[in-house]
Design a protein around this ligand. Structure first.
Ligand code: HEC
Length: 150
């Protein structure tokens, strides 16, 4: 029992130390991972956006919960952008020829997400609305450059 526990801990430690790309066995898994994280992030951005703009009633606790999910998700999609996985997705191939710019756009968005979280903690809808505006602009900037339009 003790031995197997050590073994499991060892395997988990190893997985955490591996480079991101090596964590996906197949390209489709990387694609599914990034699209899933982006989809969840989009859902919660939509919910908080609806509250910020008054389309749904403002609820401070829900606003915070949505912001927390946005921040958590904002860290995840990028490791799924493994080289050679543009086919049959909405990821433009330029992501991999301009990786530093793409990563900077991702970092900018994560920064704006943290500001949304801080605004949500104040419970002040005006602050949330302003921070959401900046977050939305950071999504759009990357989509305009690196997402195939629908
Ligand atoms: C650094 C670039 C970048 C940023 C920043 C970014 N996205 Fe995206 N997003 C993409 C790319 C590229 C795709 C297409 C991914 C694919 O099809 O594999 C995408 C796809 C999506 C999707 C579709 C996911 C699916 O179901 O396939 C949603 C929803 C989405 N983004 C929401 C957002 C929201 C909301 C934000 C801001 C809070 C955001 N994105 C910020 C690059 C970005």
């Amino acid at each position: 029992m003790k031995l197997s526990l050590y073994f499991i801990t060892g395997v988990i430690g190893l997985a955490a130390a591996l480079p991101a790309a090596a964590q996906f066995q197949r390209p489709e898994q990387a694609v599914k991972y990034r699209q899933s994280a982006l989809s969840v992030m989009g859902t919660h951005t939509g919910r908080l956006g609806a509250m910020a703009s008054g389309r749904t009633p403002f609820d401070a606790a829900q606003a915070q919960a949505n912001a927390d999910v946005i921040v958590a998700m904002s860290r995840l999609p990028w490791q799924g952008f493994v080289e050679g996985t543009a086919a049959n997705t909405r990821a433009k191939p330029e992501i991999w020829t301009e990786r530093a710019k793409f990563d900077a756009a991702a970092a900018k968005m994560q920064e704006e997400a943290l500001k949304v979280q801080a605004a949500a903690r104040t419970g002040d809808i005006a602050q949330i609305r302003a921070a959401m505006g900046n977050l939305g602009a950071s999504c759009k900037a990357c989509h305009d450059a690196y997402q195939v339009p629908q």
